[in-house]
Design a protein around this ligand. Structure first.
Ligand SMILES: Cc1cc2nc3c(=O)[nH]c(=O)nc-3n(C[C@H](O)[C@H](O)[C@H](O)COP(=O)(O)OP(=O)(O)OC[C@H]3O[C@@H](n4cnc5c(N)ncnc54)[C@H](O)[C@@H]3O)c2cc1C
Length: 460
């Protein structure tokens, strides 16, 4: 009854083709890329918005009927962050996908929330500019989703995460007001940094309706070095030695042997599958500096027991290596009917212990695990293929996950470096965020969303 009234209000506010209310249409929005069977939630209605004013109207309707309102970009988050657990309205931004302005002189871009990260990157690169945040699925994930999850990727080590590139947001608040968090300037020391509250808030505090992003200069050239190792600890030792040479590679990514084997089988590009681990090191900068960086790093790698080294000779080869690395989850998905991924992060020096510990845990629970990660910043993605219909395997998977989190914490790490908390990790959050901090977070939520309509019960 209540929902019928809400849908009738939505019909007055939006055009009919912007409202999906049939079961089969809503079903398509009942999951995200977390792929976990119990993370399913059927929204009562899905709406597409085309303007900020329409977002405000939808928010006001959700508030009037106290309905959950769940923002959805591409639905590729891996933690159940946009599951409509309690029904309600899913707000789809795929029709708000315009790059509104690229300002070459100020080196900024103003975009709508539904812009695809990879599309923005390509557009700014045509002008010699660079938007570095690079979640592996940048070909589909949106700016709104990446702001709400504070997404990051291989380039974090040198260039930072999404939060380092947000200079201004237009946020629609839970009562339909428009809140501006920053300015068009790169620097801003004027008042509280409200923008940082919304970045990583997983759609629980406000709705990102427009974002102004900082851009940097696109490096003139880049090259990838792949170094293979027979011992895990040699990988992190090699990284430390590279940094001691005062070279900051754009990426220092990691693949364990299972990931090398699985990816090579899926997408053969000549990865050496008999090695225990590989580092993917991308160097960038002035054209004239690339050879010198390459030679110095090669010397260090040899010194650090790298047992084989490969180089990309052309941009196409560089792209092939990254495509292979980014396809690791798809490659693992071929091993079993279902695929899961995780995201844990430790201080870099503890990464080999985390990798070995996760291998032991998975072997104890008879689970296959392929690990990729960003060694530069200590983050790791254990990808576990499994069959959800195999009850024993699923139970083991849950136990293994809990042990992986405990190990991560023991090694001084935390539960997410980039994928967020969502539905998946909320039951573990008090292990890493103390009660006082959690209480403040709850108070902040109440201030911004007194009726608890925005993505309710996510994160904590
Ligand atoms: C194969 C694969 C690889 C991945 N690799 C990476 C990686 O390398 N690094 C990384 O960080 N993540 C990675 N992810 C996770 C995922 O890509 C990111 O979380 C991504 O940024 C989510 O974008 P999205 O558009 O799909 O957002 P969605 O999944 O649709 O939404 C994510 C969250 O953002 C909220 N939201 C969406 N739009 C808005 C808005 N306008 N205002 C407020 N809240 C909003 C949603 O409510 C939800 O809480 C990967 C996922 C997959 C499937």
């Amino acid at each position: 009854m209540l929902m019928n009234k809400a849908i009738s209000d939505l019909q007055k506010a939006l055009t009919p083709d912007n409202i999906l209310s049939k079961l089969e249409e809503r079903y398509a929005y009942s999951q995200d890329a977390s792929n976990i069977p119990e993370y399913v939630g059927l929204p009562d209605v899905v709406v597409f918005v085309e303007t900020i004013n329409q977002i405000q109207q939808v928010v006001k309707i959700a508030n009037k009927y106290k309905l959950p309102l769940i923002c959805r970009g591409a639905g590729t988050n891996t933690v159940g962050a946009c599951i409509a657990e309690h029904g309600g309205i899913v707000l789809n931004f795929s029709k708000m996908n315009k790059i509104l302005e690229i300002n070459r002189e100020n080196m900024t871009a103003r975009v709508q929330p539904g812009v695809i990260v990879g599309v923005l990157q390509n557009e700014v690169e045509k002008l010699g500019l660079f938007y570095p945040p690079d979640p592996s699925n940048l070909a589909v994930s949106t700016i709104g989703g990446s702001i709400a999850q504070n997404s990051a990727g291989a380039r974090t080590f040198k260039y930072g995460t999404t939060k380092d590139y947000i200079i201004d947001l237009l946020v629609v608040t839970a009562n339909g007001e428009i809140l501006r968090t920053g300015s068009n300037t790169i620097k801003n020391a004027t008042g509280y940094n409200l923008g940082s509250l919304f970045i990583g808030s997983e759609g629980t505090l406000g709705i990102v309706a427009e974002a102004t992003l900082k851009l940097v200069i696109k490096p003139q050239a880049s090259k990838v070095i792949m170094a293979y190792f027979d011992e895990l600890t040699d990988t992190t030792n090699a990284v430390t030695s590279i940094l001691e040479q005062q070279i900051a590679p754009a990426t220092i990514d990691f693949m364990d042997q299972n990931a090398l084997i699985t990816v090579e089988k899926y997408n053969p590009i000549g990865l050496l599958t008999d090695k225990k681990a590989a580092l993917i090191i991308e160097i960038d900068g002035l054209k004239s500096s690339i050879e010198e960086q390459k030679e110095t790093i090669t010397k260090v790698l040899r010194h650090s027991n790298a047992s084989a080294i490969q180089y990309s000779l052309t941009d196409e080869e560089t792209q092939k290596i990254w495509q292979a690395r980014r396809s690791s989850m798809a490659a693992c998905a071929r091993l079993k009917p279902n695929i899961t991924t995780d995201d844990v992060v430790v201080p870099r020096e503890n990464l080999p212990r985390l990798v070995e510990g996760i291998q032991e845990i998975c072997s104890k629970y008879k689970l296959t695990v392929c690990m990729v990660g960003h060694v530069g910043d200590g983050s790791l993605h254990p990808q576990i293929p499994l069959d959800f219909n195999d009850k024993e395997e699923y139970k083991n998977y849950k136990l293994a996950k809990s042990e992986i989190y405990d190990l991560t914490i023991k090694l001084g790490g935390t539960l997410s470096g980039e994928h967020g908390v969502g539905r998946e990790k909320r039951e573990h959050i008090s292990k890493v965020i103390n009660t006082t901090a959690l209480n403040y977070m709850r108070e902040i939520k109440k201030i911004f969303d007194p009726n608890n309509i925005l993505n309710p019960y996510k994160i904590f």
